[in-house]
Design a protein around this ligand. Structure first.
Ligand code: AMP
Ligand code: FE
Ligand code: FE
Ligand code: ZN
Length: 291
């Protein structure tokens, strides 16, 4: 008998950032790294842009790694840091493009405010330095942190966030984000499978708080949750699996690879170093067919 997808344990990683947003490895470089590590598939999930997908898909065909196009969107659900992953978005969907370009425009308004605060705090950075650091990709706080390191204001990215850039720190500036429902609608309009990213790493203080968001998102069309995530403890993974079972959601897993910006993350290695199996992706593809 042929093995079925239920048996497919080839390793995958469904959450990867490239230079199109705040990762520091190019889309092709991410695919090459996946190949080197023996991964069967990776998903490109850059913040607020799909600009890295085409290059990764092309490279994947060249070297024999399956590439899943995707995107990651921040949603407005204070005080949590809530992110939606969307898998297989159709390029050119006007609803999704509107949400993504709105998010990028708000970044354009926010970055100068952060730089102004940093200047007041004795860490001047010019807009030109920041844009050069981002190399044409979506500019995020990790790029600001990288310039701060280079200029000697901080030793490393963690210090930049802890002392200046993290929520609650003196140079933190919030940015406008879409409400959960419009973001979900836009993903669904583009036939992207919507998945809640890292549910146990949103800053929730209780399981009830996570569940309340999941319930609201499910009502608006959420299809899955990212249970396997390096920052999730074993107990938190179990909590996600239970939540998925209760709401009939599929389960995904990914590392949030950002290259050297998150040096502790190894592509393809989930919580406790486990491998995430291809059968998760097989289920995701079935969900895509049903959209
Ligand atoms: P932004 O999109 O500009 O709001 O920046 C968010 C990104 O910064 C996240 O995707 C992470 O890559 C990184 N990040 C956010 N919070 C922290 C933190 N406390 N420490 C390190 N990196 C962080
Ligand atoms: Fe990021
Ligand atoms: Fe995220
Ligand atoms: Zn991410």
């Amino acid at each position: 008998m042929n093995p079925t997808w239920e048996d497919d344990s080839r390793p995958i990683d469904l959450h990867i950032h490239t230079t199109a947003s705040d990762g520091d490895v190019t889309p092709s470089g991410c695919v090459d790294e996946a190949k080197r590590l023996g991964l069967a598939a990776i998903a490109i999930t850059d913040h607020d842009t799909m600009a890295g997908n085409a290059e990764a898909l092309a490279r994947g065909r060249e070297v024999g790694v399956e590439v899943v196009p995707g995107v990651e969107i921040s949603i407005d659900y204070p005080p949590l840091t809530a992110h939606l992953l969307g898998y297989y978005p159709e390029p050119g969907s006007p609803e999704l493009e509107a949400i993504l370009s709105g998010l990028r425009e708000h970044r354009g308004e926010r970055n100068p405010l952060i730089l102004k605060r940093l200047a007041e705090l004795g860490c001047p950075i010019s807009q030109e330095e920041l844009v050069a650091e981002a190399g044409g990709g979506v500019v995020g706080r990790p790029h600001i942190a990288a310039v701060m390191i280079r200029k000697g204001y901080v030793r490393d990215l963690q210090e930049a966030f802890d002392r200046y850039l993290a929520k609650g720190a003196p140079a933190y500036v919030d940015r406008a984000k879409p409400a959960p429902e419009p973001a979900l609608r836009a993903l669904l309009a583009a036939r992207a499978v919507p998945v809640l990213a890292h549910p146990q790493a949103m800053g929730a203080r209780s399981d009830e708080e996570v569940e309340a968001l999941v319930r609201r998102l499910v009502d608006a069309g959420l299809r899955g949750i990212e249970a396997y995530y390096p920052a999730h403890s074993t107990g938190q993974v179990s909590a996600c699996l239970a939540l998925a079972g209760r709401f009939g959601l599929l389960v995904t897993g990914g590392t949030d690879f950002h290259g050297s910006k998150k040096p502790d993350i190894r592509m393809g290695r989930g919580p406790g170093g486990i491998r995430m199996p291809y059968r998760l992706l097989a289920e995701l593809k079935r969900a895509r067919e049903q959209l």
